[in-house]
Design a protein around this ligand. Structure first.
Ligand code: ZN
Length: 289
């Protein structure tokens, strides 16, 4: 019997993606038409279509090392390219032992990221976060040592004070943080703490507050309530590259939400919802202007 075979032709996507799906679905014959990667369709160096203007100070508050890239890595890059100053605050180093290094609560400035990352061979989460900060081009990075996955055991006031201290130091105009409906209790508590610390009192610096989504977290919560109103056009390939270079240990197979394919497809899906190519999506907490 002759006929068209899904297993032939030049339209296949990348080999590792096909192998990953075959392994995950033994006995199934996936439709390889779907496996053409967005990078193959759009090209590797697509530019974000809409550019930011003006200079703003931005603070990203994330529970864990990697949330800052997964949630708004593409947007951070875009801010930096526009000349904005971006600072990152991460609330836990993952609970791992940082042998030989006392993690100070003081922040690290740009020049120190790379140097410290090289020296901290025994502290993978630190090293990775420093590398990500360097790749993203941010101004400063601060990592606290709260107990991973146990933020419900930390007083909300203590969490809010840590965020307030960063806000006092940085005086950000824009703040990005977790969505309050995520599955992770750490994410939910950080959302609450940032809301507390960003109360719009007279003279408060924060004028824009946005909540990002986290793959393998936001969509795994129930009910799914993340309904974005803000879409930022990004270079999805660039974001996935930062994840792979800094946080390869947090990446998963292609059909997991933290797989490269899934990260790319999610960005292109978000883009398609707003007439863009790749995008990150946010819920709007507050805009004052
Ligand atoms: Zn997280």
């Amino acid at each position: 019997m002759s006929g068209f075979s899904l297993l032939s032709g030049p339209i296949f996507g990348n080999e590792s993606a096909k192998e990953s799906l075959k392994t995950a679905n033994p006995g199934l014959q996936p439709d390889f038409h779907d496996l053409k990667t967005p990078e193959e369709i759009f090209g590797l160096n697509q530019k974000a279509e809409v550019t930011f203007t003006g200079q703003k100070t931005v603070l990203v508050v994330a529970a864990h090392c990697d949330d800052e890239v997964l949630g708004c890595g593409g947007t951070i890059i875009k801010h930096v390219e526009a000349g904005d100053k971006v600072h990152i605050l991460i609330m836990t180093d993952g609970g791992g032992d940082v042998r030989g290094y006392k993690l100070e609560r003081s922040h690290r400035l740009k020049d120190l990221f790379e140097k410290e990352a090289e020296a901290m061979a025994a502290a993978p989460a630190w090293r990775n976060a420093h590398k990500a900060a360097h790749l993203l081009g941010v101004e400063s990075l601060q990592i606290h040592e709260l107990p991973d996955s146990r933020f419900d055991s930390v007083d909300i006031l203590d969490l809010a004070h840590l965020v307030e201290a960063a806000i006092d130091r940085v005086r950000p105009w824009v703040v990005y943080t977790h969505y309050g409906g995520d599955l992770s209790v750490d994410h939910r508590r950080i959302n609450e703490a940032v809301l507390c610390a960003s109360r719009p009192k007279p003279g408060h610096p924060v004028k824009e507050l946005y909540f990002f989504e986290g793959p393998s977290n936001t969509e795994w919560a129930f009910p799914l309530t993340f309904q974005p109103q803000k879409f930022v056009g990004i270079n999805a390939g660039h974001k996935a590259d930062v994840m792979e270079k800094a946080y390869s240990g947090e990446m998963r197979e292609h059909n997991h939400p933290r797989g490269r394919m899934a990260i790319l497809h999610h960005a292109y899906d978000r883009g398609s919802q707003a007439g863009l190519v790749g995008a990150e999506a946010f819920m709007v907490g507050r805009i004052i202007g």
